[in-house]
Design a protein. Structure first.
Length: 162
């Protein structure tokens, strides 16, 4: 598969992953360009399997490099997640969903970075445990621990609020 086809096929997935990490449209766009630039440079190192996992690994590494350079992450609004829902529904229903989404987003943002990455990779982007561990460059067991603790934190905080 050529890089051009890979780009067109995975562009939105990689962009949404980066946006969920950095919470800034412009930074996500820059990191997306950096991701595909790095992918182009290291295409010969790609083993031909699980291209999505490989791209997400490249994207996560680009994010980490950017984060280290800037020592902070700009957190903007959570409009991205609220756009995921259909606005044609009843206004009251939309308001309730928006509030629930905002609450979950805030809980995810409160997680430590590694827990946040594990939850986003597994629960939002649908990676398998093995693929998530590969993207994060950690063992499968450690990925499961991070995911469990991240989910447990979210459940506990939601229970406290009720």
């Amino acid at each position: 598969m050529s890089l051009d086809r890979i780009y067109h096929h995975y562009f939105y997935d990689v962009y949404h992953f980066l946006l969920s990490l950095c919470h800034d449209h412009y930074t996500a766009e820059d990191l997306l360009q950096e991701t595909f630039f790095r992918a182009y440079l290291h295409l010969e190192n790609y083993d031909g399997e699980h291209v999505k996992t490989w791209l997400f690994t490249v994207a996560r590494n680009a994010f980490i490099d950017h984060y280290r350079k800037h020592k902070k992450t700009l957190i903007k609004g959570d409009q991205f997640f609220t756009r995921l829902f259909d606005r044609k529904k009843e206004p009251l229903h939309t308001i309730i969903i928006d509030e629930n989404v905002k609450e979950i987003i805030q809980l995810i943002n409160d997680l430590p970075e590694k827990h946040k990455h594990a939850v986003l990779l597994r629960d939002y982007h649908g990676f398998s445990y093995k693929e998530g561990a590969k993207v994060m460059d950690i063992s499968l067991a450690y990925f499961k621990v991070l995911l469990f603790r991240g989910r447990q934190y979210i459940r506990n905080r939601k229970a406290e609020d009720q």
